[in-house]
Design a protein around this ligand. Sequence first.
Ligand code: AMP
Length: 187
Amino acid sequence: MLIIGPPGSGKGTQAARISERLDVVAISTGDIFRDNVKRETPLGLEAKKYMDAGDFVPDSVTNSMVRDRLAADDVQEGFLLDGYPRTASQVAELDDILRENELELDVVLQLTADDEELVKRLLGRAKLDGRSDDNEQVIRHRLGLYHDQTEAVVSRYDERGIVTKVDGIGPIDEVTERVMAALKVAS
Ligand code: AMP
């Protein structure tokens, strides 16, 4: 399955909970990039300049990273992807990878929230853990990219009838309960 949502919608938090409750491996492209930045690997050095500006890391880099990760043994029975795909090219790449592995997407969970609430949340998070991509200008840029490119990704999956939308506003536990209820209906 996939979890898709705008920056600040809590998709990482909810992905971790889904992973635990359903015993499925969660893969976050944002986390993989941040880990590489921290370790100063070539991939991290390449990704950092895009991340700091709130831009997408180029599809060629992101796609091959995901392709490698999805070749690992621990995901052959299924996985939860958090933060990928975000562009049309990434949808096509994921379709290829899934076809090659004889896997199919069961459900695409979209967390929704309005922009002003997200900006407020992200500015709060910036104070707490100092992510270098959490200042207002960069936050608004990331939201713009979500609306311009990632909502089109959701539309593609909507056409396939596999999207479940969940309201991401409210206490974290309440959102988790909504998510779990939506997944039961979807499965
Ligand atoms: P996230 O933690 O999912 O918000 O991701 C943090 C940052 O990592 C994004 O703002 C992008 O710079 C980069 N990133 C994560 N996933 C992708 C992706 N699928 N395509 C391109 N860039 C990504």
